[in-house]
Design a protein around this ligand. Structure first.
Ligand SMILES: Nc1ncnc2c1ncn2[C@@H]1O[C@H](COP(=O)(O)OP(=O)(O)O)[C@@H](O)[C@H]1O
Ligand SMILES: C[C@@](O)(CCOP(=O)(O)O)CC(=O)O
Length: 394
């Protein structure tokens, strides 16, 4: 029997505008990053006691898991009649996740003692494998899955969405190839299926995420996103940013809960902050659209000046919600000393800040800022944003 191999990559993301306010129904703007995750699934020679070999080096996982209980518990249960591999929104999320957790306790000795990022990676993998492959009616024996990533795990650059998009897309591609469907690129409809499965996985890690991360990591480029509406996929101008890792760990769910508490105590004030952030995001989207169609250096300069103003404003609005951190303020101060605008990105409380580099910036200025940040112990990535989304590699 022919064995199928699949290789898929997906980018990380940065939120340009609208983190937190997106959870209050406001517009957010996110863009894909040049940093990517890559997954390879390889079917192996079948054995009497089939196994899944899992290699996730970024979270220190190198496991061999029995496949039979996965097939028995996740392929043949009630969910398989309710939802098909291409109907991610029809799955009974809670009951499927409960079964996934039951199986993991059966096949992974010491599952409870794993670190939470390791547990969540395995939960996402089996959730997607059971949900997608388990509902395809296809057979599988031994296989290996290896995922590596350029992204720092847990720093607000979408490592979890990039991971989930890769896993879901790879399993979907496996289904397609085993069904002898064409091996061309994903269609927009297929990408929407990948994104919706990845959203289900994101719920495992984040509870009730907005969906902006999985959408951006799937479709790439520039995404204008409002909860409950179809995302607007915009052409992204080439934007250069310094991605500065504060090296301060944070948990998105904790920060989201803190903002919710603040909102509960100061409803009108926080609502106004959210509305201001909405104006910033909508204006930035218009400016970025203009930037894609502008040739005049003078106009480009003026657009960047306006964008810089919006970045500064957005950071201060987020700081007013209590989600900045002394390390993020130090990064912003250093950027300001070099005449550059900076804002936190993602949930805040640590994680990354982004510094916008207009094309007119002297290289010596960028280098001086990089040196200052590196000497202060931060990690700096000089990168272009707005590249492709999920990709199949032949
Ligand atoms: N390269 C990876 N390998 C395995 N799991 C990963 C990887 N990247 C992310 N994850 C999963 O995503 C989770 C990180 O999510 P989160 O804290 O939101 O980080 P981020 O802000 O980078 O998305 C981890 O706990 C882990 O379960
Ligand atoms: C705070 C929030 O708006 C962004 C979270 O960003 P990140 O996953 O921490 O990069 C939450 C969300 O959109 O689900």
């Amino acid at each position: 029997m022919e064995r199928t191999d699949v290789k898929i990559s997906a980018p990380g993301k940065v939120i340009l505008h609208g983190e937190h306010s997106v959870l209050y129904g406001k517009t957010a703007l996110a863009v894909s990053l040049g940093l990517r995750s890559t997954v390879i699934i390889k079917e192996l020679a079948p054995t009497d006691n089939p196994k899944i070999h899992v290699h996730f080096p970024n979270v220190g996982l190198d496991d061999t898991l029995a496949l039979k209980p996965v097939i028995e518990q996740l392929f043949t249960t009630s969910i398989s009649r309710k939802c098909s591999w291409n109907e991610p929104t029809r799955i009974d999320h809670e009951s499927h996740l409960k079964k996934v957790d039951g199986v993991l306790h059966m096949i992974r000795p010491g599952f409870d003692d794993l670190q939470s990022n390791q547990k969540n990676s395995l939960r996402c993998l089996l959730y997607a494998f059971g949900g997608i492959f388990g509902n395809s009616g296809l057979n599988i024996s031994d296989f290996s899955i290896k995922l590596t990533s350029d992204l720092t795990v847990g720093a607000g650059t979408g490592s979890s969405a990039s991971f989930s998009v890769c896993i879901c897309a790879a399993i979907l591609q496996l289904v397609k190839l085993k069904n002898s469907e064409n091996d061309g690129d994903f269609s927009v409809e297929e990408k929407n299926i990948v994104s919706a499965w990845a959203y289900n996985c994101e719920k495992i890690t984040h509870g009730a995420p907005s969906g902006i991360d999985n959408t951006t990591c799937t479709h790439g480029s520039l995404v204008s996103f409002k909860k409950g509406e179809d995302p607007l996929l915009l052409a992204s101008p080439e934007l250069r940013v310094l991605l500065v890792d504060s090296r301060v760990g944070r948990e998105t769910s904790r920060l989201v809960a803190a903002v919710k508490d603040l909102h509960g105590r100061n409803v009108a004030a926080v609502d106004h902050v959210m509305e201001a952030m909405n104006h910033v995001a909508v204006t930035a989207a218009e400016l970025l659209k203009k930037l894609s169609n502008t040739k005049s250096e003078e106009d480009i300069e003026a657009i960047y000046k306006h964008l810089q103003e919006l970045w500064e404003m957005n950071h201060c609005l987020l700081a007013s919600l209590g989600v900045s951190h002394p390390a993020l303020e130090a990064i912003r101060l250093a950027a300001g000393d070099h005449g550059l605008a900076c804002k936190l990105t993602g949930a805040g409380g640590g994680g990354n800040a982004i510094v916008l580099i207009p094309p007119s910036t002297e290289e010596s200025t960028v280098n001086a800022l990089k040196t200052k940040l590196l000497n202060s112990g931060f990690r700096v990535t000089d990168t272009l944003v707005g590249g492709s989304g999920v990709e199949i590699h032949k």
